[in-house]
Ligand binder design. Sequence first.
Ligand code: ATP
Ligand code: MG
Ligand code: MG
Length: 547
Amino acid sequence: EPQAPAHFIRHIIATDLHSNKHNGKVITRFPPEPNGYLHIGHAKSICLNFGMAIEHNGTCNLRFDDTNPEKESVEFMESIERDVQWLGFKWAELHHASDYFEQLYLYAENLIEQGKAYVDSLSAEQIRIYRGTLTEAGKASPDRDRTIADNLDLFRRMRAGEFADGQYVLRTKIDMASPNINMRDPALYRIRRIHHHRTGNDWCIYPMYDYTHCISDALEGITHSLCTLEFEDHRPLYDWVLNELQTPCHPQQIEFARLQLEYTIVSKRKLNQLVTEKHVSGWDDPRMPTIAGLRRAGFTPKAIRDFCERIGITKQNSWIEMGVLEHCIREDLNENSPRVMAVLQPLRVVIDNYPDDTEQLEISNHPQQPALGKRQVPFCKTILIERDDFSDNPPPKYKRLVVGGEVRLRGSYVIQCNEVIKDTNGCITELRCSYDPNTLGKNPEGRKVKGVIHWVSEQHALSAEVRLYNRLFALPQPDNEDNFLDAINPNSLELLSDCKVEASLANALPEARFQFERNGYFCLDKDSVAGKLVFNRTVSLRDNGEK
Ligand code: ATP
Ligand code: MG
Ligand code: MG
């Protein structure tokens, strides 16, 4: 493994360890909101948080930031656990922000008792107007000077369910003139009568994200709270809350640039829209940039981790080319996936001088990896080759099969085409060929045969559907369109339903990955049934700007 590149967060952690800042510990957390499936952007955060912990003998927690029940679900939580594990990481502790609801409530009473929070009756709209703008100071709410006793009483009655949704909010009392608008008395609690997937109907008030996050970090003893750049302006609030309360520790929030990947979308809200409006078949559609989608497309955890390491960690927003992710998976699959033969658009070839029986040819599964072994591939008189591996009107330099020409069948003999059979429409239905019995595993005598094509035995081959996936979006930055849906690639899926694959694939399991010789990298889909295998294209063999 190459040495991981240095980055500023590694540097901060090394410095903190050196100065014993957090008692020599590194405890990080990955804190997803369970309102969708994880995507490749989350993978960056997962690899960073777990990676920093592993590298420094620390630990990393998985914490569900589940304070927004209307958008969250158990399905999403389960998918998140599955995806983090699949990526190869183990959390030290599994937590839910909702487990801290009682504690968060008590801390809020404490802020009220210190005179640092108040119950406000302004509407959400009024609060927004009172908050002011960048160039204009905010205006105090008439409720800002409510007494501590009244605030406590009202807050307890908010919890007890005496008020309607939205009738009151609990706000911090910080500074309505702060140049940072996030510090102009941000809300801590709102009234919301909604069932929570874990706490049921126990609560009708729910804590806000910023308040919940810093306290959750502190309760878990997090040392380095790594988050994306948009939270930079929230860091003063993070620190304010922890400074005002006697929490067990004060984690350091550190921001880094979020991943932006060309030709796709990394926003759970928009991915959710793709799913609910059926632009894709689900969260795990192989075109989706979700972990589940990448997995179903045939990506490996190693390739995704490699990608996250390669793109680095900085404080500058930038766009990463899709080619980088594709390069990572291509490299892994080239090295590790067994080769098999699959004919996507079959054309029958009859070898007239071949006997009527079957010969088992032994073919190695990987040209450079003997450890991947060999397999038996049946060969007989009637085989199938790729339609475009024959031409009766060949362009210059065409190296494949032509009438009167020869070609090598991969792992087998050299054949020559003698006759083309066409139907009444002029469509080629069959080639009549002959083979040279002296060419198995050796060059033909006295002549050079340049082309090598793949094939399958017609009588042994298995039927398959092959799904050729292309990029989901036709434009590099779909978010630049008025509506990102306008950037959807109309040709993101090409279905080939009459493919034939070699018999050795009969026992392949879903998620098994292969190189289909000369065609690309493919993985067996869960939609496969006996008699009809289904394969997804992960990526093409070479970078051709498509897939
Ligand atoms: P989305 O907009 O997709 O909902 P989010 O940031 O709201 O993203 P969370 O569930 O809150 O999603 O994310 C969990 C963690 O993953 C957070 O720490 C967040 O900063 C990080 N994260 C989310 N998207 C990216 C991204 N594109 N690049 C890097 N980290 C990300
Ligand atoms: Mg979030
Ligand atoms: Mg979000």
